[in-house]
Ligand binder design. Structure first.
Ligand code: G3H
Ligand code: 13P
Ligand code: ZN
Length: 311
């Protein structure tokens, strides 16, 4: 199947009460794990590349890997720029074959966010590419950007209609209590998303696809493996899966997951070395990491997103 935009994916997901997983890709094994799981479960999937991924793997490699994924599978796949910092970054991805870009100007003023998002939407649409923008600020760490908990801000539902109308973007990422990274809540804190804000946003934007970033659940079985074999992850807490499932049944059409894949890869590699300290062939230990990444993606598709059988 060809590389597609998210337009049809989101229309079907909205109507069907499920969400499409947007998984971050940084190397070949991660691409393979995601696409194999999605292909076996007949699920559409979004492969997304952050600025960090583009710097680490190089844009041309990532595009070639995604092209290979398209050739070797039979599901709809979109290639998305995650957290595009400005118009120039988004333009670069539109020009190099991405089918979807995110302009993340959420850290700027409302008016600046509108102006930059509109500029990106106009350029992308001229080239058949779709655009995600963000309103509200998530806490957590994304590569170079660190947002302290007290600087994070829930999306204001009063702003969403004006924002979407004036920018012309195709989907909107909102802040309802998710955050980037593996430390989303403090021990003892009630890990509760503001599903009331989501409901109000969807009421104001009927039929419009909503995106959730920072949606890793931080599965404790992988944290435990990492810690058993010499890791030191303390109090890593994620988003309860049932709350994400609830969001996916409504207006949320795209759910972003990166940290959980990192945990899976690391758990597989640590476990491998604990069992085979003499190994030094990367295919052996990275291959074991890949297995866990695939397991995690399969679990997300069936238990959180509900996108199995929707390809
Ligand atoms: O939203 C952030 C993603 O987890 C990407 O992280 O910027 O370290 O690649 P990164
Ligand atoms: P996590 O850190 O929760 O996996 O979030 C990833 C993300 O939002 C990528 O844009
Ligand atoms: Zn994100």
């Amino acid at each position: 199947m060809a590389l597609v935009t998210t337009t049809e994916m989101f229309e079907k997901a909205y109507k069907g009460g499920y969400a499409v997983g947007a998984f971050n890709v940084n190397n070949m094994e991660i691409v393979q794990a995601i696409v194999e799981a999605a292909d076996e479960l007949r699920s559409p999937v979004i492969l997304q590349a952050s600025a960090g991924a583009r710097k680490y793997a190089k844009n041309a490699y990532l595009i070639a890997l995604v092209k290979a994924a398209v050739e070797t599978s039979d599901i709809p796949i979109a290639l998305h720029l995650d957290h595009g910092a400005d118009f120039a970054t988004c333009k670069d991805c539109v020009d190099s074959g991405f089918t979807s870009v995110m302009i993340d100007y959420s850290g700027h003023s409302f008016e600046e966010n509108i102006a930059e998002s509109k500029k990106v939407a106009e350029y992308a649409h001229e080239h058949g590419v779709v655009v995600e923008a963000e309103l509200g600020t998530l806490a957590g760490v994304e590569d170079d950007v660190k947002v302290a908990d007290d600087k994070a801000q829930y999306t204001d539902p009063d702003q969403v209609e004006e924002f979407v109308k004036r920018t012309g973007v195709d989907s909107l990422a909102i802040a309802i209590g998710t955050s980037h990274g593996a430390y989303k809540f403090k021990p003892g804190q009630n890990p509760k998303l503001r599903l009331d804000i989501l409901a109000e946003v969807s009421r104001r934007l009927p039929g419009f696809p909503i995106v959730l970033h920072g949606s890793s659940s931080v599965p404790q079985e992988y944290v435990k493996i990492i810690n058993t074999y010499g890791g030191a992850l303390k109090d890593a807490i994620g988003i309860p899966e049932e709350q994400l499932r609830e969001a996916a049944k409504g207006a949320v059409c795209k759910i972003n997951i990166d940290s959980d894949l990192r945990l899976g890869m690391t758990a597989g590699i640590r476990e491998h070395f604990a069992e085979h300290p003499d190994h030094f062939d990367p295919r052996q230990y990275v291959g074991d990491g890949r297995k866990y990444v695939k397991d995690i993606v399969a679990h997300k598709i069936t238990e959180v997103l509900g996108s199995n059988g929707k390809a």
